[in-house]
Design a protein around this ligand. Structure first.
Ligand code: BGC
Length: 368
């Protein structure tokens, strides 16, 4: 199964440029860009893993956009291994990178290496995931992580008709990796919408598992999500109890959940797939949406985030302040890191063409 999962996740990437914005609607936002050319500056970009499509796109977009501004880029992936990431950053310090951009694997493990970066006058930007327990992080650019969860919760609310008093429905909850600061934001955002319906009995957690540490999936691992879903089916849904909805924080978990449901015979008229959320709009998941296996996925345009981070790199190298829109939310235990939050939207079977194809993110043929 692992092999099948990794094959499904290994997708061909499509790249182009748009910018970051703050639209309040479910529409991707249009580009903004600056034309400052800077030459001869080495920028380090430390990404977590190549095993998920999104990080490949993030890395490629960052490289492409930085190079187009005349920077030289040292792009490194770490195979989701903390020590490999630390070594990669050590290398970037030795090579005298001017700025290091990090999408951390475990946000709490970089304190020592980033102290060294700080001592060498290197600026640090946290990419997508907050870097914890360090003063040596200058800026943070991400999508509004709480809002990601809110949109997932609202999607469930609308799909089930909860606002109209429909229910009760059986739900199961999944959480992301506990070492990723984003994971609790996603969960808390979703629960801000779902909790009232759990309280009034319209949503029933069949397994009763709702504590974050119990439902969290270490390393955002598809196989672990599949194993947990298998256990939930056996313990709670084997004897005809209907599973109506599964909250999955992202696409890698959704892949594992769908695989488990499929093995248990879901996907027929008698036993349709439950409402299932996701995040990233990875190609296998968009295909799963088209095939009615997954209901929605949050779209976080990786081109947008890269544009924002490149603007931050430009600003810090020119000794200017970078544009931020949040100076309260992201406390890493040492400081509140000035942040720019981009706006997430959702895609589903009804709007994916507009959101993903018309915006140039994917070609229609990528999704066949
Ligand atoms: C990102 C998600 C991603 C997850 C697993 C999170 O930090 O925000 O977009 O799905 O990591 O890679």
């Amino acid at each position: 199964m692992k092999k099948i999962l990794s094959t499904m996740l290994a997708a061909v990437l499509t790249l182009s440029l748009v910018g970051c914005g703050s639209s309040k609607t479910n529409e991707p936002t249009k580009p903004t860009s600056t034309d400052t050319k800077v030459t001869g500056n080495l920028i380090g970009v430390a990404m977590p893993t190549q095993s998920l499509q999104r990080w490949n796109q993030d890395g490629e977009n960052m490289k492409k956009q930085l190079e187009s501004k005349g920077y030289t880029v040292d792009l490194q992936y770490a195979n989701n291994d903390v020590n490999t990431q630390i070594q990669g950053i050590e290398n970037m310090i030795t090579k005298k990178c001017k700025v290091i951009v990090v999408a951390s694997i475990d946000g709490s493990t970089l304190t020592d290496v980033l102290k060294k970066a700080g001592e060498n006058g290197i600026k640090v930007i946290a990419y997508d995931r907050l870097i914890m327990k360090t003063d040596n992080v200058d800026y943070y650019a991400t999508f509004d992580n709480f809002k990601v969860g809110v949109i997932q919760g609202q999607y469930i609310e609308t799909k089930l008709g909860l606002k109209d008093g429909k229910g009760p429905f059986n739900i199961e909850l999944f959480g992301g990796s506990p070492d990723d600061n984003n994971a609790t934001f996603f969960f808390n955002g979703a629960m801000s919408i779902l909790q009232p319906y759990i309280d009034n009995g319209k949503l029933v957690i069949g397994s009763k598992q709702k504590d974050f540490t119990t439902i969290a999936i270490q390393g955002w691992d598809s196989a672990k999500a599949q194993a947990r879903m298998d256990n939930l089916i056996t313990s709670t849904y084997a004897k005809g109890t209907k599973l109506d909805v599964v909250l999955s924080p992202n696409d890698s978990l959704a892949i594992g959940i769908v695989a488990s449901l499929k093995n248990a015979g879901y996907g027929s008229t008698d036993k349709p797939y439950p409402v299932l959320t996701g995040q990233d709009c990875d190609k296998p998941n968009v295909k799963a949406m088209i095939a009615d296996q997954q209901s929605m996925s949050i779209f976080k345009d990786t081109r947008t985030l890269a544009t924002k981070v490149v603007e931050m790199v430009d600003a810090v190298l020119q000794g200017k302040s970078a544009e931020v829109n949040d100076t309260k939310t992201y406390d890493n235990g040492k400081k509140v890191v000035p942040s720019f939050l981009c706006d997430p939207v959702y895609a589903d079977k009804n709007n994916y063409k507009q959101i993903l194809v018309d915006s140039g993110y994917y070609k229609e043929t990528d999704l066949q």
